[in-house]
Every structure is written in C-alpha cells, then in structure tokens.
Design a protein around this ligand. Structure first.
Ligand code: SAM
Ligand code: SF4
Length: 407
C-alpha cells in the first residue's frame, strides 16, 4: 500500500517538473513516505531525518516532507519539534503536496490513471481505504480511518484504462480487501468482474472473518486470478485471537484454508503472525506452531509484537520478555521454512508459465511468478510483463529456480 502511495506522490512531483534522483545529496526535495505499524519503522525514519537535517545544514538538501502513517499520528508533532521538516501530511491529504510543489490545488482522488508501480506492466488498484476492525495491537484504524469502499464502476473503469494502456497485471489493494462491499455487491462480485477484464489479477490483504468460500473457489476457477492467497492469521490460539479482537477462531481459519487448498491445490498460501503479544503463553505459542504445521504455509511474515501508543495492547499487562519473543519468533520461522521448503521441492521438474515481474540483473536472472503464485528466478533478458515457459530445476524455502526458457 505504501509502495502504491509513494507511486502517486512520485507522479505528482514529476508533474511539477521534478526528476527522481538516487541520493539525498542530489535532491532539492526529499519526501519520506512512512509506515507506523511497528516501532522499528519509526526508528528508521528518525535515522533518515537526522541525516537529512545534517545535509540541510550543509546546504545539500533544500526541503524535507514527511508523509504517510507517521504523518497521520500524534508522534509527528514531536518529530516536527526535534527535526527540521517543511511539510507534514497524513494519509488523507497527500494531495496537499501538489500545492507545496507548485501545482494547482487538487482534490483527493483514488488512482488517477497511474501507469503502475513496477512499470506499465503491473498496477495496483485501490478498492477500499481504512479499516473497521479494532485489533488490539494495530494502529492502522487510527492513522488510516474507517473503511471507505470505492464504487465498482470506478474500479472497473480504472482497470479498463490500465489494460488499454498495456497493464498486464492488476493487484486490488485494501487493508481488508475482502470486506469490500458497495450497493449490494460484495468483494467476490468485484473480483470476478475484474478477472474478466484484466489478463492477470491478484488481491491483498484479506481478513479471515470476511473471506467467503465463493471467493476462494473463484481463485481456483478463474483462469486470470493468480492462485495465491495472503490470509493473515496472527495466532493459532483462540484465547489470543479473542484478546486481539480478531473476530474468528482458529477452526474457522483452518476451514477456510481447506476450502482454498481444495479450490487451488497447486496454489500458494501466505500469512502474517505476531509473536509475543501481551499475555501470550507457551501453550498459545504451541497452538500457533500447530496451526502453522497444519496449514503448511508457503511463506509468512512473522512479526515480534511492537507496542504502539494509542492501541489497547500497549496498555495490557503480561508483556513477554524479549528473549522468549526471540525464541518463539525463530521457532515459528523454522516451522514455516520447513513446510515451504518441502512444498517447493515438489515443484522441481515441472514446466511452468512464468510472468516476469522484475527484469534480469547482472547475473542474467529475472524474477517472475508462476500462476500458482510461486516466486521464480529464471534465466531471461525479457523485460517485465512478458511470459516465458521454463522447467523448475531447484528450489529453496523462499524461491524456485528455473532453467533457460523453452518458449
Ligand atoms: N489488515 C491486515 C490484516 O488484518 O491482516 C494487516 C495490516 S497490518 C499493516 C500488517 C501486519 O502487521 C499485520 O497483519 C500484523 O501481523 C502486523 N502488525 C500490525 N501491528 C503490529 C504490532 N503492533 N506489532 C507487531 N506486528 C504488527
Ligand atoms: Fe489492523 Fe488489519 Fe486488524 Fe484492521 S484488520 S485493525 S488493519 S490488523
């Protein structure tokens, strides 16, 4: 989502006549588009602001703007006092940047005909903003506000424009993308309609409470939908899921995964897991390990709990000591990697159609994606947006390796 927001910001300042540079020293204006989900993101931003202030004193950077979720949080006032920042914008007023860089005042819009983030071949399309959940640990509803769903015609119109302009891969975006609803239509209706218009479609992020079986079946049935599901579970313990206010039990999650595996047996499944949420016991952790083993995730983002001021979890007692959090983190990671490695090994020997996402680097290998959602390194110089067919020759826990394409 932040990549997408950064893309909009980049377009805006390019329209104002700016060009992108690689080093702070070469910049007239530096925009830090920020994340606030965990404390380490804030620490990193502080590091950058410190460096930028130094460069500014030396006259090597002229202006600094802070945008995104930190900009929307109260903490931005403290940062403003500590560091020299010319402009602070939150998540709902990014458009105000226009005036700052000398463009005519504009209204906030969704994605005004963006050519996509990874080049014209791949585009993110926002279908909803904000979130109506109140997970104990999460700052997102505070900084992004409540859910607003974009009308279906507006989404389809943008998809049509993008495809007409050469986009080959559309990713539907939202914090709880499957909670999308509008005038009696639900997420699955929108997904199916988009899958009729775009040659390749994916969506993220989904919430287990909103995920409908028919959406899972559509992933298996619709040829243009990448068979890859990202469904954050957070914990395998019902007790922790209740404390987190996730609104589902582990059993519902397992059932959803069964439906997905049945609908798309070759597909890939990923999740988010938080270890060390206040009150998490050894038994809770064991239940998470069991769920991870049962669901055999192909990958997972595992996060150590990070207290965010303004969330319920930041005030809860029974915090988990760092050493225990670290051990639990490694145990979950090992379990995920073991399953992923075993599953990836099964792909060896098969011939796959691979969509090139990132062009080749010096080693002559591009990064692509199979229809099952596996990441593949493949030997080709073809630019992003192309398809090749190649045989999978080896596999690690995170990626498959293909040989020279046959077509
Ligand atoms: N809306 C998505 C959902 O509900 O699954 C996820 C949005 S959140 C930006 C991405 C992930 O960050 C979450 O799934 C969660 O695992 C993690 N996360 C959020 N707040 C966190 C915190 N305070 N500490 C550690 N991880 C956190
Ligand atoms: Fe945060 Fe996702 Fe929960 Fe919303 S559903 S509060 S974005 S973790």
């Amino acid at each position: 989502m932040n990549v997408h927001d950064s893309d909009r910001i980049r377009r805006m300042i390019q329209d104002a006549g700016y060009a992108e540079v690689q080093r702070y020293e070469d910049a007239d204006l530096v925009i830090l588009n920020t994340c606030y989900v965990r404390e380490n993101a804030v620490d990193r931003v502080k590091g950058h602001l410190g460096e930028l202030n130094r460069l500014r004193r030396e006259g090597r950077v002229k202006k600094v703007a802070l945008t995104g979720c930190i900009g929307a949080a109260e903490e931005s006032a403290t940062l403003r006092q500590t560091y020299d920042i010319d402009l602070v914008l939150g998540t709902h007023n990014t458009y105000e940047l226009a005036e700052f860089v000398g463009l005519p005042t504009m209204q906030e819009t969704y994605t005004p005909e963006l050519p996509g983030t990874e080049g014209g071949h791949n585009a993110f399309v926002t279908i909803m903003t904000g979130c109506n959940y109140q997970c104990s640990y999460c700052i997102v509803p505070t900084v992004r506000g409540r859910m607003i769903c974009r009308p279906m015609e507006s989404v389809l119109g943008e998809v049509e424009n993008l495809v007409a302009g050469g986009t080959g891969y559309v990713t539907l975006l939202g914090q709880t993308v499957d909670a999308w609803r509008h005038e009696g239509k639900r997420f699955c209706d929108l997904l199916e309609a988009v899958s009729e218009k775009a040659p390749r479609v994916w969506f993220t992020t989904s919430h287990p409470s909103n995920m409908e079986d028919r959406t899972l079946r559509a992933i298996g049935e619709k040829e243009t939908i990448v068979k890859r599901l990202h469904l954050p579970v957070q914990s395998g313990s019902d007790r922790m899921l209740r404390v987190m206010h996730r609104g589902y039990k582990a059993e519902r999650y397992r059932r959803k995964i069964e439906v997905f595996r049945e609908a798309a047996p070759e597909g890939t499944l990923s999740t988010d897991i938080i270890v060390g949420h206040p009150g998490e016991t050894e038994e809770d952790h064991q239940q998470t390990l069991r769920l991870v083993a049962d669901c055999a995730f192909d990958s997972a983002y595992i996060f150590k709990f990070s207290p965010r001021r303004g969330t319920e979890a930041a005030t809860l007692p029974d915090s988990v000591p760092d050493a225990i959090v670290q051990r639990r983190f490694l145990e979950v990671l090992r379990q995920v990697e073991q399953n992923a490695f075993t599953r990836n090994q099964r792909k060896i020997g098969g011939v796959e159609e691979i969509y090139i996402r990132h062009g080749s680097t010096e080693d002559g290998k591009a990064i692509g994606e199979t229809w099952s959602g596996h990441a593949v390194h493949v030997e080709t110089n073809l630019p992003p947006g192309n398809y090749v067919k190649a045989r999978i020759e080896s596999a690690g826990p995170h990626v498959l390796y293909a040989g020279k394409p046959s077509g």
